[in-house]
Design a protein around this ligand. Structure first.
Ligand code: UGA
Length: 437
């Protein structure tokens, strides 16, 4: 079986490498020549645990190639569409220009034997429209959304919770082709659900909307907890023990960022409005607002603590939107740096992986190469991303470097008792402050 993957970003590069690891002759296509060049050497253009090994394995074995020429997708049994669908400039809607361009460029290379399988996150109704574009070639189209998380992308691709196929009614041939592609995954008993296009598209966006809502729910509780002096982390533990609620995705703090959740809930709401049912998803605006308010709250807490110690230096730990990623798209931590810098504060930041990406996104930010350099003489330490490296820090050692001993933990990730015992005042989001012991 021959596979082509159009678009080699987070989704496409991982998918192509995963397909090759399953033994398929795979070609990844991307318009970005520099990215293709790196991938050809087996180097991912972003940080993702496990991906370098998978890429190198495929490239060295000769099963995995990368090219800028879409014509090389000709002859593939399945062409996966994995291009980005970013937020449209000046609007909440998704920009489908890359998806449309990918399909248009493929048209001359399709035959009745080809199956296009869409993976990109798209507004409901897109697959039906694309199927009409593809129809004259005789090729088929399925929508096969992807649920991978950055940081766990390889594992999520090769061992997903479920496979979802959106197909046209009666299109058993496309179902059979996808079953062949995913045979080894299905053989392990993975659930596979076949449905129509619209449902498959909605599964993807509603899953992300649910996850975002869960995070904003707990962050709304954090807002109230701050008012009444309660502890949101204990609250999350207690409600999370109810199996109907579950503890996962109930970590209160700086909230969600990244290239998916924020733009997906906005695009979902925009699509509902286009369909005349904006009210059905009106709550997603609130979810977005709660999420963004956490960034202001964190910056406010840092300001308050700076004022208390009469300083203006902040040591920011973490810039990526979450640990095990170098992605700073819509990163809450980076946003806090922006707010603080706008207020004239001196921010020195460190992230184990996001130095380059954050530097491109915020060239004015002073980004250093170690925790020590970030916290030296800092009046307040702010934790923006819960990397394991930060959880493991020795507060005694850190305290010997800083100006004052205050830490604002934006992810409620540090052991407050340990930090307090080392003389730090620990300020969390949605929980009572712990004074220095
Ligand atoms: C998300 C979904 O989890 C994936 O299932 C989906 O496939 C992907 O988007 C996508 O659409 O491509 P991802 O953006 O990699 O994956 O990151 P998540 O692990 O979902 O985290 C999102 C954000 O929520 C991060 O900023 C994280 O710090 C934050 N978060 C997560 C919390 O603030 N609290 C939590 O309890 C969990």
């Amino acid at each position: 079986m021959k596979i082509a993957v159009i678009g080699c970003g987070y989704l496409g590069a991982v998918h192509a490498a995963a397909m090759a690891s399953l033994g398929y002759e795979t070609v990844g296509v991307d318009v970005d020549a520099a990215k293709v060049e790196r991938l050809r050497r087996g180097e991912p253009p972003f940080y993702e645990p496990g991906l370098p090994e998978l890429l190198k394995g495929g490239v060295d074995a000769g099963t995995l190639r990368f090219t800028t020429e879409v014509a090389e997708a000709a002859g593939a049994d399945v062409v996966f569409i994995a291009v980005g669908t970013p937020q449209l400039a000046g609007s909440d809607a998704a920009d489908l220009a890359y998806v449309d361009a990918a399909i248009a460029s493929l048209l001359p290379h399709l035959t009745e034997r080809s199956l296009i399988a869409g993976k990109s996150t798209v507004p409901v109704g897109t697959a039906r429209r694309l199927a009409e574009m593809v129809a004259p070639t005789g090729a088929s189209l399925a929508w096969n959304p992807e649920f991978l998380r950055e940081g766990f992308a390889v594992q999520d691709t090769l061992a997903p919770d479920r496979l979802v196929y959106g197909v046209q009614r009666g299109d058993d041939a496309s179902v059979a082709t996808l079953d062949t592609v995913y045979a080894s995954i299905l053989a392990r008993g993975t659930e596979r659900l076949v449905m129509d296009y619209a449902t498959a598209e909605l599964v993807k966006v509603s899953a992300n909307a649910f996850l975002a809502t869960k995070i904003s729910f707990i962050n709304a509780m954090a807002e109230l907890a701050e008012t009444v002096g309660a502890d949101v982390t204990q609250l999350a533990d207690a409600i999370g023990l109810d199996a109907r609620i579950g503890r996962r995705f109930l970590n209160a703090g700086l909230g969600f960022g990244g290239g998916c959740l924020p733009k997906d809930i906005r695009a979902f709401q925009a699509r509902a409005e286009e369909l005349g049912h904006g009210e059905a998803l009106g709550f997603l605006r609130e979810v977005d607002q709660i999420n963004l308010r956490r960034r202001d709250r964190m910056a406010w807490l840092v300001e308050r603590e700076l004022a208390a110690v009469g300083g203006d230096r902040v040591g920011m730990l973490g810039l990526a939107f979450k640990p095990d990623s170098d992605d700073v798209r819509d990163s809450p931590a980076l946003d806090v740096c922006r707010i603080l810098e706008r207020g004239g504060r001196r921010v020195t930041a460190y992230d184990p992986q996001a130095r380059e990406t954050a530097g491109r996104s915020m060239p004015t930010l002073d980004i250093v190469g170690s925790v020590e350099d970030a916290v030296r003489h800092a009046d307040v330490i702010a934790l923006g991303t819960e990397w394991q490296e930060f959880r493991d820090l020795d507060p005694e050692r850190i305290g010997a470097l800083t100006g004052a001993r205050v830490v604002v933990d934006g992810r409620n990730a540090l052991d407050a008792q340990r930090w307090s015992a080392a003389g730090f005042k620990v300020v969390g989001l949605g929980r009572p402050e712990v004074e220095a012991a």
